[in-house]
Design a protein around this ligand. Structure first.
Ligand SMILES: Cc1cc2nc3c(=O)[nH]c(=O)nc-3n(C[C@H](O)[C@H](O)[C@H](O)COP(=O)(O)OP(=O)(O)OC[C@H]3O[C@@H](n4cnc5c(N)ncnc54)[C@H](O)[C@@H]3O)c2cc1C
Length: 388
């Protein structure tokens, strides 16, 4: 068991910090004002080789989960909202294409997606179906040329800037829950697509968009994976993306914690630094310990992923603990700043709301507990040994 981050990955992350200094730090407040991330940032990420994925022998290939997690954590320390836009493209959209795209689709769209010429997203949630993903209503009906989509995806990150979306739709309404849904790659510039950008107070400057499909044609060769297996497939995408979103969530916790500790070590009240009041010193120690514990769980999930082990339990454990930690530590960190924390432009202001948003993406805390318990039962039934 090795708890150290390999030296080459450490070096890469150091280089990535320079990249962020150059390409993000001085621009990010403008992106917050405009509530938009320029495509040039996605292109710079792609050019620098900072996405999870690249093309090799005409196939999409994934880099190490640990490296991807550390990249995600670094972006989120500065802006969880920018991090989630990158995540929606790579860890949702590209993951869908990587796991379920035919060779033809990977060749057709892979290079453009890994170069950020084509931005991707995933549309699954509908107004009546989020956690219970099997309850979606959007329909895909067979035509002579392929399929036609009708329905609305309620919350799509990158839905406004995205070019293509991995979407789920009902193809066999009378079939059982686990065989009525299929997955498609839909063109967001296509016929009958209406996009409405939603006003939100979390994960600024990423976009959250309602995407409506009205008689939108999808060619036959844009079916992803197996017809009727769309529910299992979208849940598989979420199982994968739970690992990077856990890292994003830890970046949210770490970003807020670092700002608060710096402030506590500078600002004086009652004649001493805030950090010298023992109550606050103990809180800092407590949060540092809890952040380290949650980060280790994220790294363990990365390690299982990189070793090709079953990571279903670990990805939910990591997400659950990351969110639990981030929600509390960000609220504590905002408190350390007193009244200044409520001002929109203050760097600490975004973190508590962004930590809250993390609890929704890729399944709520209740959904993580459902997965954790289901995986525990499986373990118990096969070996009655709950801890490996
Ligand atoms: C900023 C943001 C970005 C998003 N981006 C995307 C995106 O890119 N693509 C996409 O498809 N979706 C996206 N979503 C939607 C997100 O995935 C859903 O909001 C989430 O899955 C929860 O679904 P819901 O909102 O319908 O809540 P519900 O499923 O209605 O849940 C409401 C409450 O009930 C609890 N609950 C539900 N079922 C159970 C149960 N069985 N046991 C115990 N408690 C339960 C939940 O934990 C929650 O507290 C985004 C959401 C937000 C806020």
């Amino acid at each position: 068991m090795d708890f150290s981050i390999p030296l080459d990955v450490k070096d890469e992350i150091q280089r990535f910090k320079f990249f962020l200094d150059k390409n993000m730090v001085s621009h990010v407040s403008e992106w917050y004002e405009k509530r938009a991330i320029p495509r040039s940032f996605f292109s710079a990420m792609a050019l620098g080789g900072w996405f999870d994925f690249f093309m090799k022998d005409q196939r999409i290939v994934k880099r190490s989960a640990l490296r991807a997690a550390l990249v995600m954590e670094q972006i989120a320390r500065l802006s969880p909202g920018v991090a989630v836009a990158i995540l929606a493209h790579t860890d949702l959209g590209l993951t869908g294409l990587w796991l379920f795209g035919t060779e033809k689709l990977q060749v057709q769209f892979g290079p453009k997606a890994v170069n950020a010429e084509t931005l991707l997203c995933v549309g699954n949630t509908e107004s009546a179906a989020g956690s219970d993903a099997a309850g979606i209503q959007m329909r895909a009906e067979k035509t002579g040329q392929g399929w036609v989509l009708n329905g609305t995806k309620a919350y799509v990150t990158n839905g406004s800037i995205g070019d293509m979306a991995v979407v789920t739709a009902v193809t066999a309404p009378q079939a059982a829950r686990n065989s009525r849904i299929s997955m498609f790659l839909a063109d967001l510039e296509g016929k009958g697509v209406t996009r409405t950008k939603l006003n939100k107070a979390v994960w600024i400057p990423s976009d959250l968009t309602r995407v409506q499909f009205t008689n939108t044609p999808v060619p036959e060769d844009r079916v992803l994976g197996t017809l009727g297996k769309g529910l299992q497939q979208v849940l598989t995408i979420f199982t994968h993306s739970r690992v990077p979103i856990s890292a994003l969530t830890m970046g949210t916790a770490v970003g807020a914690f670092e700002l608060a500790v710096k402030h506590a070590m500078k600002r004086k009240t009652f004649g001493m630094r805030i950090s010298d009041h023992q109550a606050k010193a103990f809180e800092i120690a407590d949060w540092y310990a809890r952040i380290e514990a949650a980060r280790l769980m994220v790294f363990k999930a990365c390690s299982r992923m990189d070793q090709g082990d079953d990571f279903r339990l670990d990805s939910s454990l990591a997400k659950y603990m990351a969110v639990l930690t981030a929600r509390e530590v960000t609220a504590w960190a905002a408190d350390i700043f007193g009244a200044s924390s409520v001002i929109d432009e203050h760097p600490i202001h975004k973190f508590p709301m962004d930590a809250w948003a993390s609890s929704l993406g890729e399944g709520t805390q209740d959904v993580q507990k459902l997965v954790i318990f289901r995986e525990l039962v499986k373990r118990y039934e096969t070996s009655s040994n709950l801890f490996d």
